[in-house]
Design a protein around this ligand. Structure first.
Ligand code: ZN
Length: 141
């Protein structure tokens, strides 16, 4: 992202857009952190797992269980805060799942804000948006 022309062009566009549109409203840019993935032996390690969970404002345990469920494999978080999953999964696959997690369990489906909370209510997860107040429920896992 920091290399030359592309970057400055984008920031120019950004500036032009901001000037034209004034404020961008409640639609803010939320960047999904990229998982850095390492495959060692028969294990896949998400090296920045702890940082990702923190950036998303979600519990490590929830994010861990999500990956285990989606990849259908056992996993654990080590002392360094890395998630170790049994089996080999590509960086692309991991990041696609992460992206899907954010779309479903972090971003508000009504207004798109990432200022949300996720909590368990009985047998469901409730995603509550701090920005617009919308509530979405999902089957818990
Ligand atoms: Zn919302």
């Amino acid at each position: 992202m920091s290399s030359g022309i592309g970057y400055s062009y984008e920031s120019l566009l950004e500036r032009a857009f901001t000037k034209l549109a004034g404020k961008k409203g409640s639609e803010e840019i939320f960047e999904v952190p990229r998982a850095s993935v390492l495959i060692i032996g028969g294990k896949t390690i998400i090296q920045n797992f702890r940082e990702i969970a923190r950036a998303l404002g979600r519990e490590e345990d929830l994010l861990k269980r999500y990956f285990m469920k989606e990849f259908n494999t056992p996993g654990s978080v080590n002392e360094a805060g890395q998630l170790e999953l049994k089996g080999k999964f590509s960086s692309t696959a991991v990041n696609q799942l992460l992206e899907r997690f954010v779309q479903k369990y972090v971003k508000c489906s009504t207004c798109g804000s990432a200022h949300t909370k996720l909590y368990k209510r009985g047998k469901v997860f409730v995603l509550k948006c701090d920005a617009c107040g919308a509530e979405t429920t999902f089957q818990a896992f």
